[in-house]
Design a protein around this ligand. Sequence first.
Ligand SMILES: CC(C)(COP(=O)(O)OP(=O)(O)OC[C@H]1O[C@@H](n2cnc3c(N)ncnc32)[C@H](O)[C@@H]1OP(=O)(O)O)[C@@H](O)C(=O)NCCC(=O)NCCS
Length: 157
Amino acid sequence: MLFNVRGITGDDVNDLLDIDIKCFDYAWTPAEWSQICKTHAIAVGTYFGTPVGFGVCLRIGTDVELRKVAVKAPYRRRNLGRKLYNACVRFAIENHCTRMFAVVPESLIYPGSECIGSWLRKLGFRAQKPFIKDCFRMYGQSEDGVKFSQLLDRNSA
Ligand SMILES: CC(C)(COP(=O)(O)OP(=O)(O)OC[C@H]1O[C@@H](n2cnc3c(N)ncnc32)[C@H](O)[C@@H]1OP(=O)(O)O)[C@@H](O)C(=O)NCCC(=O)NCCS
């Protein structure tokens, strides 16, 4: 299969760091990644076996936070992001969670080339009010976050 989604292995961490840096202005540091690997559920997206994307989520009670989904630019718009999101939904349902949420920087929710709000809405998320004050730090500046959430049921995966 061209694109595949699988669980994380011990060899993936450097690839995930690299994808993170290429996809986000707020990439996690190596120290943060080593902590994330111990505490979060992680799906790895591959193209002919090479990691090109990931989905990272965290169970919080009966919620699951979609912390990050990333697909390297050359591989986008070929459904890998949706597959990674679906892997996170399966994780949520297997763990009897009923809601998934994501918090994204305010600047990425308005129409534009990287409008993550549109992508989240396409997957069934809806934005919630109010914005969360100062929850991102980008280019040395604080930015507010917007929480998107959706209810899950057995048919979501
Ligand atoms: C967001 C991201 C993961 C999407 O990955 P992708 O592999 O291109 O997504 P898919 O191909 O699975 O797209 C699923 C659907 O969303 C649409 N879509 C994808 N990116 C979109 C965007 N930026 N804006 C609007 N719609 C988008 C696709 O057209 C597709 O719709 P369709 O089913 O009607 O054809 C990728 O663009 C990315 O890594 N962005 C940078 C990191 C980021 O901001 N992540 C999200 C915040 S956690």
